[in-house]
Structure formats: structure tokens, C-alpha cells
Design a protein around this ligand. Sequence first.
Ligand code: CP
Ligand code: NVA
Length: 303
Amino acid sequence: MGNLQGRDLLSLADLQPNEIQELLTLAQQLKAGEVKFDFQRKTLGLLFRKASTRTRVSFTVAMHQLGGHVIDLDPSVTQVSRGEPIQDTARVLDRYLDVLAIRTFEQAELETFAKFSKIPIINALSDLEHPCQVLADLLTVLENFGTLKGLTLTYLGDGNNMAHSLMIGCALVGMNVRIASPKNFTPDPAVVSQAKALATNSEVIVTDDPKLASQAAHVLYTDVWASMGQESEAEDRIPIFQPYQLNSELMALADRDAIALHCLPAHRGEEITDEVMEGDQSRIWDEAENRLHAQKALLASVL
Ligand code: CP
Ligand code: NVA
């Protein structure tokens, strides 16, 4: 894998359509045990300012299985939490590490890290985007349908980081994407425009109608109604988001072979019902597993 070597992944839009396809192919080969890498002496740093189960563990296991090492740069035990400037931290970590995955609030912090370090910087979730999650999501869709082009993914809920990366990812691979969000919780208009510009053969639709958006869709996707950092708004959001709950009623409107996805963690009974999570159409556990395979492909490609 040459063309991604040394590159950052701050937004899914940093990737060309053929680069996403290549990553998904490599992820499938890694999952099938058809290819192996040996990154002895390579070190991945994890700098997470927000909680994480899947991203933290899947990156750690991925690097271990690739033969490399991981350092957890917990902000509370590094100088990061004491206000050492990012441009200084970035230039120092650059001298030790081979790749750095960061989970933070501001996209601008990721950009500063990328500006001041030569090693690849990977967005492990920001308020704006969650590109690694969407690589795993696309892998899951590809596994199920054998193709991506022409399929329709409907995202129900908050116009948040997941909605943004799904819009960009679907646009890049030729999938139609519909975002159904309550008024005042719609995706960032700049990201909607960006996705529309990237979608050469597919549609990007933003609506407040969850039923219309679910009609004949191949993938119904949801995420929490209050993201990390928005916990104080959680109670107030419940009645606003209730019509957007991923439940059997909306599943029934989708294509008969439709699958249900959720990036997790879920608030069962809020954005998704137990019935859908545990139902035959759920591919949520495969999706979580695919974080490992997709990120292994990503690490192998940038290293
Ligand atoms: N989906 C996801 O990123 O999960 P974590 O917050 O547990 O990493
Ligand atoms: N939108 C959620 C995604 C968690 C993986 C959040 O940012 O908290």
C-alpha cells in the first residue's frame, strides 16, 4: 500500500474514492487472513480526550496484530492536560511515534497536530467527524450487499459527527444518503454542500421526515441523540428526537433486505429499540468487529 503512506486522515474527504475502495479491499483480505504485515518497532500513540471502548480497543488490538506497539497518551497523566501547547506536543510526539490517533472535541486541534507533525494523524472522533467508524460501516455494507454503488443509507437522528462522515463516505462511494433530523439538529450546511459536491452519481438528501427517508432504504443507521459533551441536553432532546427512533415501524418501510447499523454505544429504548438491535436485520455486532479490520487496513496503509 503506497499511496496512503504518511498521510493524515482528519476527514473522510481526505480520501479519494479509489483509496476508500482499496482500504475496504485490504480490510476484507485482513479479515480473511489472506495478508499479513509486520510493523515491528512501529508505535501508535492514542491521545483521547473523550471516553472510548471500541475505538481504543480496536486500534490497540489492530496495532498489536500488525506486530507494532501502542502507547496510551492519557491526557490526565501527560502534560497535555496542563496546557502544553499543541504545536509543541505535536513536534515532540512526532520524534517518538510513527502514527498518532486522536479523539477530541475541536477539528482544529487535529489540524494543528497535523500541521506540526510529519507522522500520520488519524481522527479517532471529533465533534465534526468520525471517519474511522464510517470505514467500518462501509465495510459492513459491502459484506452484506456485495456492492456499495447505488445503495441508499438513511441516517436517523442528530446531524452530528456520524451524520457528517456518513454523508461524505456515502457520497465518495456512490451511495445515496438521506439524513433525517429534527429542525435545529440538522447537519452542518458546509458539510452538506461538501458531500453534495463529492456525490457525482448519487443523492444527498436532508429532511425532517423519518418515514419518507426510510422508504426502500438499504441501510437504516442511527446514533445517540446527545453526543459526548452534550450530556446536559440529553433529557430535553428525548421528546424532540422520539419520531426518529430506529424501530420496527421504520424498519418495515425500508427495503425488505435492509440492515440496521449503529456505531455504538447505544441508548436502548431511545434512538434504537431492543427489538431492532437484537433483530435479524441488525448487523451492529459485525459493524463493531469491522472497526478492527478497517483500522488495521488504515494503519497498514499509512505506515
Ligand atoms: N463507535 C465508537 O467510536 O465507539 P467508542 O466511543 O466506544 O470508541
Ligand atoms: N456521536 C457520538 C458518537 C460516539 C461514537 C458522540 O460523538 O458521542
